[in-house]
Design a protein around this ligand. Structure first.
Ligand code: DAH
Length: 344
């Protein structure tokens, strides 16, 4: 090969025209490999004079460098072309509508728990918790209900052994909270949870829910109790509801009251929902009995408190017009879907 036969512009154009990696590789081999054109020119140097060697050598080296540069450039641009092509090919069309997510519905039981919990959190209460498998000591004894107390009959329950039962009310949590507080005030808690009794009809189930409430501090009066529960019942059943407090009896409160709300179905005139009385019984409450304070290490001369217990299922049934409590527990999807809007 003779240098005079080589035209740098043509070589550069040849590289420029290469369409693939393979073609670039072929051109590289053609010019730059051991058997390539540039080295074969050097091989024919033997017949040249010293001056010719210097001047032709310099020209070839210059050409060779230009070819090498051009090849590098071409390789790089081809690399980017390839990447861009891949990005183009693998593009995801995010404008496609996504698959619809089907939202479930909250069980009406949970709707009531959430509603009542939020109401009390806004009033500065904390949420407390306690075991569902409970000691007789906490479920009854510490709540002023000793072994032979007739009030136990109303909570005929599931005993695991002589001293252990499935708690029959969330009031047991009162005892836990007071014991943990070690005589320190203020206490201001609610406890939503499951409770168990030997009950079974359209409005009662062996498992149901209650929200317990307990406040202990200095200067707590019946007025605080009445104000709190009136606000709660108006929150749950409407701001125009009347609230009525009837004397009642619970071993752990003195005085004790049963709290009714004026019927939201007939506005107090009398209907089948309120059994023609105009009132609907909602919950039990009272001032914490001094014995309960003492049994749980609180000074009953210094502190007072009030407590209440609300049936969650009963509120759900009243609010949403559910006539069989089993609806709440049998996970019937059609039943639950009715409450989809309520949870939003
Ligand atoms: N534990 C009672 C029950 O299950 C409800 C109750 C009444 C709770 C009065 C209280 C209360 O805290 O003060 O029937």
């Amino acid at each position: 090969m003779n240098i005079e036969n080589l035209n740098l512009d043509e070589i550069l154009q040849e590289i420029e025209n290469a369409k693939s990696k393979e073609e670039i590789e072929r051109i590289k081999n053609k010019y730059l490999s051991k058997k390539g054109i540039f080295l074969s020119i050097f091989a024919s140097f033997a017949s040249l004079t010293k001056e010719e060697k210097v001047s032709i050598g310099a020209r070839i080296n210059k050409m060779k460098m230009s070819v090498e540069d051009k090849l590098k450039q071409k390789e790089l641009s081809q690399f980017y072309e390839e990447i861009n092509q891949r990005i183009e090919n693998e593009k995801i069309d995010i404008s496609l509508p996504s698959r619809k997510q089907k939202l479930g519905a909250k069980n009406p039981f949970q709707l009531v728990v959430d509603d009542i919990t939020e109401f009390f959190l806004n009033m500065g209460y904390k949420v407390a918790d306690g075991p569902e498998v409970e000691l007789d000591h906490f479920n009854f004894e510490l709540l002023n209900t000793p072994k032979d107390h007739p009030a136990r009959d109303m909570q005929d329950s599931f005993f695991i052994n002589q001293n252990t039962l499935l708690r029959s009310h969330t009031s047991a949590v009162q005892a836990h909270v007071m014991q943990d507080a070690k005589g320190q005030v203020p206490i201001k808690i609610i406890c939503p949870g499951k409770v168990y009794r030997r009950d079974n009809d359209a409005t009662h189930s062996h498992q149901f829910g209650q929200v317990e409430g307990l406040v202990i501090d200095k200067n707590i009066s019946m007025g605080n109790l009445m104000e709190t529960l009136t606000l709660l019942l108006r929150h749950l059943f409407g701001k125009n509801r009347e609230v009525r407090f009837r004397p009642s009896y619970f071993p752990f409160t003195e005085p004790s009251v049963e709290v009714d709300v004026s019927c939201f179905n007939c506005n107090g005139k009398g209907c089948s929902l309120c059994k023609d009385t105009g009132w609907i019984e909602i919950l039990g409450s009272g001032m914490v009995h001094p014995n309960v304070l003492r049994l749980n290490n609180f000074d009953d001369k210094k502190y007072q408190g009030f407590a209440f217990g609300i049936g969650i299922d009963r509120i759900a049934m009243l609010k949403y017009g559910i006539d069989d409590i089993k609806g709440i527990y049998t996970n019937n999807v059609e039943f639950l879907e009715q409450f989809a809007k309520e949870g939003e």
